[in-house]
Design a protein. Structure first.
Length: 373
């Protein structure tokens, strides 16, 4: 079987990985020389803890296991099962964490409520002010700037994978075939479009009224910390953002403790992951109203710096990079991704939102099963 995959972000790359793994030939087409969108601009988090229960959590847990297996085969992923700490400061935040530990699915997520001394023992770099944290053992991380490249190198070694960068697919021609902007036609037994936040042009023609929106976020990366941050770290604003924590305790937190104006305006949470070079990736914001700004604004970075320094108990290393990214999010909260047949033999898969890095291996597996690969 010959599969045409369009889009070399993490979702497209995982579809290529799944197809090659099942013995098929893959032609992988990317409009940039290599992926430049949300897949390389994120935290690299495999984030099980905050996922909604039911199908979303099942998908995340399956993907977590798949990521670990792929990481063993592709060391360049930088996979590490480092877990996460969502740090709490007061009784209202502590109550949300405590409620999470009582969930029926808490064991599958690896939830445990830790006191301040236990947090410092687990992650000695956190020497600042906090009351405790929600530990999620099942969370993990990869290196987003290099993951797709490492996966492509491993795919190329199969002898059944061809990567064509710098080619934009312009048309679906006939059945199971596309034409790129070089005028070349690529035919296969199946075409999978994983175009990420690129929702105009061909995607709009194929799927008008797509139930997917674009989301913009700001992030930054520091110089090396000089010590190991042994876990990923979040603050309690993450409780407000992730569906796993919904409930009366979160409602009480929202009523009793308004967020700082900057955090509220930019719909912020703290997420922090240490990169392989020792630097910290820190974010983020959420912007939903289009047209998006073309510049980054400084207030959110100042807020994040203040939060991080409070947790570390030391000044933040110098910021070396700041950037914005855009991802696609399905507007139906009951769906992990939007998967749609747009022509005979042609499928569009988009809109995993912030779950893309976490869930992509399992989403690709679902596509392969559904299409009978």
């Amino acid at each position: 079987m010959r599969v045409i995959v369009v889009g070399a972000g993490v979702l497209g790359t995982m579809h290529a990985w799944e197809a090659v793994g099942r013995g098929h030939e893959v032609v992988h087409i990317e409009r940039e020389a290599e992926a430049r969108g949300a897949s390389v601009r994120n935290f690299g988090l495999v984030w099980v803890g905050g996922r909604a229960g039911g199908a979303e959590l099942d998908t995340a847990l399956r993907a977590r296991a798949l990521w670990e297996g792929i990481g063993e085969r592709v060391p360049g992923l930088g996979f590490r099962p480092n877990g996460s700490l969502t740090v709490v400061r007061d009784a209202a935040e502590h109550a949300v964490a405590e409620a999470a530990v009582r969930r029926l699915d808490a064991a599958s997520r690896g939830y445990k409520l830790l006191g301040a001394d236990e947090v410092r023992a687990l992650n000695p770099a956190l020497r600042g002010e906090f009351a405790g944290a929600l530990w999620c053992e099942r969370d993990a991380a990869v290196e987003p700037r290099t993951a797709q490249r490492a996966l492509r190198e491993a795919l190329a070694a199969s002898g059944r994978y061809t990567f064509l960068g710098g080619r934009e697919v312009r048309d679906v021609v006939g059945e199971r075939a596309v034409r790129d902007d070089h005028g070349d036609r690529h035919e296969g037994d199946a075409v999978v479009l994983c175009t990420g936040a690129w929702l105009g042009g061909l995607v709009r023609e194929l799927a008008p009224g797509l139930p997917v929106r674009r989301v913009r976020l700001q992030m930054m990366q520091t110089a090396p910390l000089g010590e190991t941050l042994t876990t990923s770290v979040a603050d309690a604003d993450s409780f407000r953002y992730y569906p796993a924590y919904a409930g009366p305790e979160l409602d009480a937190l929202a009523a009793a403790q308004p967020r700082p104006p900057v955090a509220a305006e930019h719909r912020m949470q703290l997420l922090m992951v240490q990169r392989a070079d020792g630097g910290l990736t820190i974010g983020d914001t959420h912007e939903y109203a289009t047209p998006f700004g073309f510049d980054v604004v400084e207030d959110p970075y100042e807020h994040l710096t203040s939060v991080v320094e409070t947790l570390l108990g030391r000044p933040l290393p110098a910021v070396r990079r700041r950037w914005a990214g855009v991802y696609a999010q399905c507007t139906d909260p009951s769906r992990v991704v939007h998967r749609q047949r747009v022509r005979d033999g042609v499928w569009l898969i988009t809109g995993p939102g912030g779950r893309g890095m976490t869930c992509s291996p399992a989403l690709a597996e679902d596509t392969a099963n559904e299409l009978g690969w």
